[in-house]
Design a protein around this ligand. Structure first.
Ligand code: DOR
Length: 443
């Protein structure tokens, strides 16, 4: 007897892609195969649909506590499940930032009973908390340590060699970095011209990213520490990453694979402004090559909501970032349909890759015994992305008006259908993601 039977879908699993039913019991995958006729409390008919492992968005900013007018854990995670995302890793640049045990416990308490998807939180590295990071990164519900090597939204910054080395030496799990060189950002700030968001990638140029990535890779090698370079945006960083495959993994974002300068700044103005910036098509093409060749391990949305009022100020007073957790799946499926990405590579980049690089316990694949997390998609569905669909408090998306082919139709988390046909059908029952390196002993 199953709690839920997903029947008749095309399942993407380590066995390949093919027709199969999936039986779920106690929130876990209990059987995969031909299960028609098996008794089940509930059946989800997936004929004509693809059943993918639950999509894990490993980079979102949900703004709670401190900036709940832009987003909170409830609204951000509602966007996630509407967009087919089953788990998110949330960034520490909130107010206060997630840099202490107190701030972490506060976030975990706020998440309980309110988040619609599963979650983990990053702990921010600062010069003041270096000594505590090794312990903080082992707390349940923590995805790892994140360091901003160049300043972006919020106050977090770790830009001195000694401090970066201290953070790298002070822990063991893979450390995530925002890689832009702070000294160069300061030197070049005057190149950000008033009212001209197209100068954002001139100020925060290719060399700002390249130099920082070169430096942090060298520091990580000295420290013998695993690294994850978030939102890689330049062709120039790719050979550096290729030379450090033993210690470093890399992420890019749907927006860096979809938008390009100068067109995005002409059309979207400050709504295309983010850090590191959207660059020209030569970088976008290089990122696609890196995605196809396997150099990019994971795609995260860097969901970074800001209100229209904030975005409507005059550049560079405008904040950097754009919402993305709700559009990640359909944007990438559109690329699948356009032949730029295979479906199995999509799964590798959004589920298996996340599990592999962060050591997630029992998520990321459709395998017996794993959590029953699924992103069910209709690869043929064609619709326009619209601002009115966006659950984020920010209420907009840079992809407004774009027609995409391939849409999520159900989000299933630990065996519970949370989103169905575009509606959230269960109250928030998200739980902390579990990691191999922080599993609590059974007492
Ligand atoms: O554009 C960005 N926005 N990049 C970041 O690194 C932070 C993010 C935010 O939190 O707004």
């Amino acid at each position: 007897m199953f709690d839920l039977l997903i029947s008749g879908g095309t399942v993407v699993s380590p066995m390949g892609t093919g027709g199969a039913d999936v039986g779920i019991r106690g929130g876990k995958i209990a059987a995969i195969g031909s299960l028609s006729g098996a008794p089940a409390a509930e059946t989800y008919g997936a004929r004509g649909l693809h059943v993918l492992p639950g999509v894990i968005d490993t980079q979102v900013h949900f703004r709670e506590p401190g900036n709940e007018h832009k987003e909170d854990l409830e609204s951000g995670s509602r966007g996630a499940v509407l967009g087919g995302v089953t788990a998110v890793f949330e960034m520490p640049n909130t107010h206060p930032p997630t840099t202490t045990r107190l701030a972490l416990n506060d976030k975990l308490a706020r998440a309980r009973g309110r988040m619609h998807c599963d979650y983990a939180f990053f702990v921010g590295a600062t010069p003041q908390n270096i000594g505590a990071l090794g312990e903080l990164e082992r707390a349940p519900g923590v995805a790892g340590v994140k360091a901003f090597l160049g300043s972006s939204t919020g106050t977090l910054l770790l830009d001195e060699d000694e401090a970066i080395l201290g953070a790298l030496r002070g822990g063991h799990r893979r450390m995530a970095v925002h890689s832009e060189d702070e000294a160069r950002l300061r030197e070049r700030k005057t190149l950000a011209e008033s009212g001209k968001p197209q100068t954002h990638p001139v100020w925060r140029d290719v060399e700002t990213a390249r130099r920082s990535t070169e430096r942090v890779l060298a520091l990580a090698r000295r420290a013998g520490r695993r690294l994850h370079v978030l939102h890689v945006t330049t062709a120039e960083e790719l050979p550096l990453l290729a030379g450090a495959r033993d210690i470093a993994t890399a992420e890019t974002t749907p927006q860096h694979l979809t938008l390009a300068a100068p067109e995005c700044y002409e059309r979207l103005g400050t709504y295309a402004q983010m850090n590191p910036p959207i660059r020209d098509a030569t970088h976008r093409d290089a990122l696609w090559r890196a995605v196809r060749e396997g150099l990019i391990d994971v795609i995260g949305s860097d969901h970074a909501p800001h209100t229209r009022a904030e975005k409507d100020k005059t550049y560079p007073e405008t904040p950097s970032g754009m919402p993305g957790v709700q559009t990640l799946v359909t944007i990438l499926l559109d690329h699948v349909n356009a032949g730029r990405l295979s479906l199995s590579r999509f799964v590798d980049l959004t589920s298996e890759g996340a599990a592999r690089i962060y050591g997630i316990a029992a998520k990321g694949r459709i395998v017996e015994g794993y959590d029953a997390d699924f992103t069910v998609v209709d690869l043929q569905a064609k619709r326009h992305i619209e601002n009115s669909w966006i659950a984020s408090k920010s209420g907009w998306t840079p992809f407004d008006g774009m027609e995409t082919t391939g849409w999520p139709v159900a989000t299933i988390i630990r065996g519970q259908i949370v989103m169905r046909d575009g509606a959230v059908v269960l109250p928030g029952r998200g739980a902390p993601v579990r990691f191999l390196e922080t599993l609590a002993p059974v007492t």
